[in-house]
Design a protein around this ligand. Sequence first.
Ligand code: FAD
Length: 479
Amino acid sequence: MTDRPALVWLRHDLRLDDNPALAAARKTGAPVIPVFIMDESIDHAPGAASRWWLHHSLASLGEDLDMLGSKLVLRRGEAAKLIPALVEETKAAHIFWNRRYHQAHIEIDKTLKSDLCDDGVNVETFNGNLLREPWELKTGSGGYYKVFTPFWKALKQAKPARADTEAKPRKIETPKSFPRSDKLKDWDLLPTKPDWAKGFEEIWTPGETGARARLRDFLNDVIDDYKNGRDRPDKDYTSRLSPHLSFGEISPLTIWQATHAKMSDGDISDSAGDKFLSELAWRDFSYNLLFHNKELPEKPLREEFANYPWRTDKKGLKAWQKGLTGYPIVDAGMRQLWRTGWMHNRVRMIVASFLIKDLLLHWRKGEDWFWDTLVDADLANNAASWQWVAGCGADAAPYFRIFNPVTQGEKFDPDGNYVREFVPELKEMPAKHIHAPWKAPDDVLDKAGVKLGKSYPEPILDHAAARKRALEGYDKIKK
Ligand code: FAD
């Protein structure tokens, strides 16, 4: 045993349970110093809603560490400089971290690792955030998977790389003194004027305890409805684990194992567990795409889409962002996003299709807005999903599949309750007309207190005409 400490550099793994980097640090027997660096100089620094989550997640992790007699050291600035400085300041003999997968971030980590190793520091890195790392699963011809179904088959067969989760520590060795830490509140991660995140607090509990509780509740009470109900935004039939996963408050392996344990005990059916885990695997699939395509967040995977005749339409973009398009299911989704920092997956697809194929705006406009407003904003999932809806990604929805916002609303929000929750102007509309209020007879609108163009907008475009325009654009680039 040595007095020279082991640093644990936490990034997208804000948890104590099943954290391979932390477990490795503890195994050295050296005093452990957990560190988080707020690095806004890197590509894709967190957006506004993620900063809200990050504040609370770090506060929660700090409290959990305090309870074990340890401490979270916070520093703000360029990690490429601050990490070597901290190693020097603390005379650390080791540093451990869980890997990240965007090439720009990998480059930073690689350089750091090689410089620190040259200085005689023991540097070890781990897979803490994926079921399988992007280079592990290969197609028959040795390439990476570009289609989800065979990827999922291969993942199921290979199983997660780590056979077991790492136990949550009961004790963490502490150094004689911890290095100086910034105060979290001085980082100003929370919105103040105005405080637009009030609605977030009502539904989210950032941090490891909140993540665990959500998984437990989902596996105990909800998963049976998941397979058939996961497309219903008016119901609470999905796990809502996405922000917890984005910040690494729970590991995918923990979720995998807990789900399998329920399946083995016969508490849930194999088909329910399998469906849920296959959705979880989309996350690994997105990381596999990001790792192998460093420009995934910026450039279409299908090159012909670089020439698509996108429009500019500031008014249309604003109407979409504010949930004032006059299409109720689109507006409900965009307002759910604004109010809660999250949106149901089915509605994400509908609003994304509306932006790209009805408004004919570049998918990156939507990707950027989601990045800033989602509490689960995740570089791989966000980029891969926007490219999927745009039809320019791997295994993407064909471009000509254009969602009709009215029929989608009628199918997936049949009673109109989702719209009523987020678009209160339409609260009194009967289900029959709620997804197309402009087609409702005058007496129905009067009775519901809806004045189109005044209390709720007229549709900002005609879907049938917009659809035709989108397909004409596609004809121009089709190979
Ligand atoms: P559940 O259905 O309970 O699924 C469990 C977990 O599996 C999720 O938390 C998520 O980590 C993963 N998952 C489920 N569906 C997908 C999917 N289609 N792609 C990738 N992973 C999936 N997800 C993000 O985590 N961050 C994003 O920034 C993001 N942006 C998106 C943008 C668009 C345009 C679309 C269409 C989808 C986006 N998604 C994103 C994927 C998906 O909508 C969310 O992961 C899901 O809605 C989260 O809710 P949940 O946790 O209740 O999901």
